[in-house]
Design a protein. Structure first.
Length: 488
């Protein structure tokens, strides 16, 4: 199998299948009989063929943006052009991340890729006039849904169900061309993937499933609002959706329509960092739904981003009267304390939540992380970080990063390096990013390698959003550089 001689491996496995693992061995042998070298696969000129080509492109270590874009539709390429460079880089590195995940099975990534692609089950629905829905079911993984259209005489990838923003643009194009039947098909397909949020909060979740119901009569205008709700879900397309949503909400004829379009605008304003508008609509809706945690969170996020910390705490205190001792509300005070850079208060509030037995894994991680900013981290904070990693079974890169930083802070450099490398493996990082430049800078500093530490800290990039700076590795790196300059 490691030599990629799959038919021989299948025969040997079949011959040796016995005992309690016999069924698993036979099943693997059946997969191996179908396996072939992925480098030799020549995808068909078909909807499922172009999706296969997309996967092969991702698996290519030499993938480029131009090569990737060649199989995408015009609207998909438009989304790519509107994407942040970091998002594009993340997409280009998806194959590397996938390969790292495959290697954790114990076999080379190329072997596992051959086997997985051969065992992939595909289902294709649709036609050239409406487009196609290609459903993929990899062995041992959740299904994936991709949408494909025929454009300029070729099959092109339109979008995937995870972030269907290109579909939203395609729907608007079809409505512009009076192709409501084609628009309806795409809306129905997206609706199959996005469902109404459950739980106690009546306003939780995306607005799209509230606006669009399969089988319900709808005109082109309603379809346009549904498409705009899809666009509002992601940063890349929120700008294209927000004007439609604002106009629709102003012209809404029913309270339900006005509410649903308002919920869609919450997502759009958040993605566009339009915090004044986000706060305005969230506070307006909270007059009708004062119990909604979703609206409470949106208000808090907006107020913190606007540096209106006293107002954020006032909103949280008001919510405390409605929901006494609610953990989510108590977390809001911690987040606001971090935003105003009162790390000691944030640490104390988090520790109190922990002492009362109400903290979850993420809360414990927050306590340890905030301790780093105080410059007074101790063994109890390390114990908290260890407990957080135990609760996540060492499967959370963020938690392991905090633990590694805590080890480094307390001079336990060997443990710090081991944990940080483990976290990087989980992320599929071959090179350090800002979070890890800080962590390894702290290790260097503990060894007295001040110049190396300063070089590492200088690699830590400032977050693009000002609201993300206070709790970031960038702030920690800046703190250490100031400390080193002061000690000279």
């Amino acid at each position: 199998m490691r030599a990629q001689k799959y038919s021989l491996a299948a025969e040997l496995m079949t011959a040796g299948a016995s005992g309690t693992n016999a069924s698993n061995t036979v099943a693997l042998a059946a997969m191996l009989r179908k396996a072939q070298l992925h480098e030799g696969i020549k995808p068909k000129d078909s909807p499922d063929g172009v999706v296969m080509k997309m996967f092969l492109n991702l698996a290519d270590p030499e993938i480029t943006l131009e090569k990737m874009s060649a199989i995408y539709s015009r609207n998909a390429q438009k989304v790519i052009r509107n994407s942040e460079p970091e998002e594009i880089e993340k997409t280009l590195n998806a194959g590397r991340t996938m390969r790292n995940a495959l290697k954790r099975t114990g076999f080379p990534a190329d072997v596992m890729l051959d086997v997985v692609l051969a065992a992939m089950q595909e289902q294709v629905e649709g036609d050239d006039s409406t487009g196609y829905r290609v459903t993929l079911r990899p062995p041992g993984a959740n299904k994936m849904t991709m949408w494909v259209i025929r454009e300029d005489g070729k099959y092109k990838v339109l979008d995937g169900a995870e972030k269907p923003n290109s579909v939203g643009l395609e729907i608007l194009d079809r409505l512009q061309a009076a192709n409501t039947a084609g628009a309806r098909v795409l809306l129905d397909w997206v609706r199959d993937e996005e469902h109404l949020a459950g739980g106690d909060d009546p306003l939780a979740g995306f607005a799209f499933p509230r606006i669009w119901t399969k089988g319900k009569e709808a005109d082109a205008e309603q379809m346009k609002y549904a498409a705009a709700a899809i666009l509002g879900q992601t940063k890349e397309t929120a700008g294209a959706g927000v004007k439609i949503l604002e106009a629709g909400r102003n012209a809404a004829k029913t309270d339900t329509d006005k509410l649903n379009l308002g919920i869609a605008l919450l997502s759009a304003y958040g993605n566009l960092d339009e915090y004044e508008k986000l706060y305005g609509i969230a506070s307006d809706l909270r007059k009708q739904y004062p119990e909604s945690k979703r609206l409470f969170f949106e208000e808090e996020i907006a107020l913190r981003a606007l540096n209106r910390f006293a107002e954020a705490d006032a909103v949280a205190k008001e919510m405390t009267k409605r929901l006494p001792d609610d953990t989510d509300v108590r977390r809001a005070f911690i987040f606001t304390a971090v935003a105003r850079e009162d790390y000691a208060a944030a640490h104390t509030l988090g520790r109190k939540l922990t002492d009362e037995g109400k903290a979850e894994g993420t809360d414990l991680n927050g306590v340890a992380w905030n301790a780093l900013f105080t410059g007074k981290a101790d063994q109890s904070d390390l114990d908290t970080a260890i407990k957080s990693s135990q609760l996540t079974q060492n499967n959370s890169p963020a938690v392991l990063h905090t633990l590694g930083c805590m080890y480094a802070e307390l001079g336990k450099t060997k443990e710090a390096r081991e944990v940080l490398i483990q976290a990087m493996d989980l992320l599929g990082l071959d090179e350090l990013d800002s979070n890890y430049w800080y962590a390894f800078g702290r290790i260097a500093e503990q060894y007295g390698e001040i110049e190396a530490a300063a070089t590492d800290y200088s690699q830590v990039k400032r977050p693009k959003k000002a609201a993300q700076v206070p709790g970031s590795s960038y702030r920690l790196a800046q703190n250490r550089m100031m400390e080193m300059r002061g000690s000279k």
